[in-house]
Design a protein around this ligand. Structure first.
Ligand code: GAP
Length: 446
């Protein structure tokens, strides 16, 4: 992996571009912010949606052996007792007696001293990361519930429902994408570690004993997914967890790590959860979440492999890898070299000017394009500035309508973001031509 210092991208550059162009805004900004909480703007929401769609296509719709689910965020508190989260989903919290700041002990180099003022820290205590709230108007312990800290449990508790309604046969998976909440002791690095975030998780159920081969299979699948969507493979690595850092449910976890602007960090975790969750929920609920194997005539708890992606971290990784500063003959340009399948805008339609001769044709071309591709119509400022703006938001292709288009050749110019090369195409051939261009840039959706 290359040292991150050699990269041009820095976190301040990403944060500033994100705000300026409408990818990510600080949350509650007009009230002074709420600290490490972020809102996705018009382009950020498209980027995140494209990432989730690409994940869903790869993990669910393009496979025969995985189905989807969308379970509730607030479940019975008994779910979190059975899953072990109520008792052991904790991080070690230490407090400085002088400055009163709180830290996660396992994130400190010197766990005895305050990193800010050097005072001796208090003893660590285990702090539960689940957010508590109340269901209904009465705030007593009988009505206390938790916001889910992972989407996975919604899948385990619906195992029987999915099995009965779909007749899936082992090995098979259940996937879901949704918000999760953790009252993290320390947050930071932009959208990397926040208290509210989105996960894309899949529980893949296999015959007991077959988990190792499927574990390796899913690590490879997930690595390929990032690489196919344009992440430089030299910025990814797989790290096996030490026994001491394994989650309470895991009998083996490997993280896919990415070289973020500040250094290497976890992007996705792939865990071997064995039958821990299905067996615990069976015991707690009295509903046996077993699989009846018609081949052997026996019932058993399947074992589970779980690839668990943080969608916000994926967005940060894609932005960070795509960020490019390039010196051209005239100036420097900044661009997001997004893979076309995740770019928030795939095609920009740019009339040379707002001249009324150009507008009807430009609007007609735009309407045709937007029915097929995510597109934007942009007629403000000079064409050069508009190209730069589209480069900066990562639009793979710009289509320019000029006077020749309307007066003579009924053709438009297609400009490629990465090479800046331009070619002329007849309007009647435009849609297949755009598909060819996007395919040559890596799109698998055309
Ligand atoms: N169900 C397993 C599970 O939740 P995890 O490793 O705790 O495993 C999976 O979380 C992924 O969720 C992580 O790899 C990370 O990408 C993302 N994630 C976890 N905590 C996060 C946080 N506080 N902020 C943003 N993303 C987070």
């Amino acid at each position: 992996m290359e040292p991150s210092s050699e990269k041009k991208v820095t976190l301040p550059k990403l944060v500033s571009l994100s705000k300026r162009r409408g990818f990510v805004f600080p949350a509650s900004e007009i009230y002074g912010g709420i600290g490490s909480t972020w809102d996705y703007g018009p382009l950020g929401v498209e980027l995140k949606r494209n990432i989730k769609d690409a994940w869903w296509r790869s993990v669910v719709t393009q496979r025969d052996d995985v189905v989807g689910l969308d379970s509730a965020i607030i479940q019975s508190p008994r779910v979190w007792e059975a899953s072990g989260h109520a008792e052991v989903f904790t991080d070690p919290l230490v407090e400085c007696p002088e400055c009163r700041k709180r830290f996660r002990a396992d994130h400190l180099e010197d766990q005895l001293r305050c990193p800010d003022d050097g005072s001796t820290l208090g003893d660590p205590r285990q702090f539960n990361l689940m957010f508590k709230t109340f269901s209904g108007p009465v705030e007593d312990s009988a009505n206390q519930v938790w916001l889910r800290p992972e989407t996975a449990q919604g899948i385990f508790i619906n195992f029987e429902n999915v099995l009965n309604s779909t007749r899936m046969k082992l090995p098979f998976g259940i996937a879901q994408i949704g918000k999760s909440f953790r009252n993290e002791i320390t947050t930071g690095n932009f959208i990397f570690r926040t208290r509210e975030f989105e996960q894309a998780e899949m529980e893949f159920f296999v015959k007991p004993g077959q988990d190792e081969e499927w574990f390796n299979y899913w690590i490879n699948q997930r690595m390929d997914w990032f690489i196919k969507l344009g992440i430089d493979s030299s910025h990814l690595r797989i790290r096996k967890h030490e026994d001491a850092e394994l989650s309470h449910y895991s009998r083996g976890t490997s993280d896919i790590e990415f070289d973020f602007p500040w250094g290497v960090g976890e992007l996705e975790g792939i865990a071997r959860r064995s039958d821990f969750d299905l067996a615990s929920h069976s015991q707690s609920s009295g509903t046996k979440l077993e699989y009846f194997d018609q081949d052997t005539g026996t019932s058993y708890y399947p074992w589970v492999i779980e690839p668990a992606l943080g969608v916000d971290r994926a967005a940060l990784a894609f932005m960070s890898d795509a960020y490019t500063e390039e010196n051209t003959e005239k100036d420097q340009r900044v661009l997001f070299k997004f893979h076309p399948d995740i770019a928030p805008v795939q095609i920009a339609v740019l009339p040379l000017s707002r001249n009324e001769k150009l507008v009807p044709t430009a609007r007609g071309v735009f309407n045709e394009i937007r029915s097929v591709f995510p597109a934007q119509y942009d007629d403000a400022q000079s064409i050069g500035r508009r190209y730069r703006r589209q480069d900066e938001i990562g639009t793979p292709l710009c289509i320019t309508i000029d006077f020749e288009t309307v007066e003579s050749d009924k053709a438009v110019t297609i400009r490629n973001r990465d090479t800046m090369q331009q070619s002329r195409t007849l309007i009647k051939d435009l849609i297949p031509e755009i598909k060819d261009h996007l395919s040559s840039m890596g799109s698998t959706r055309c």
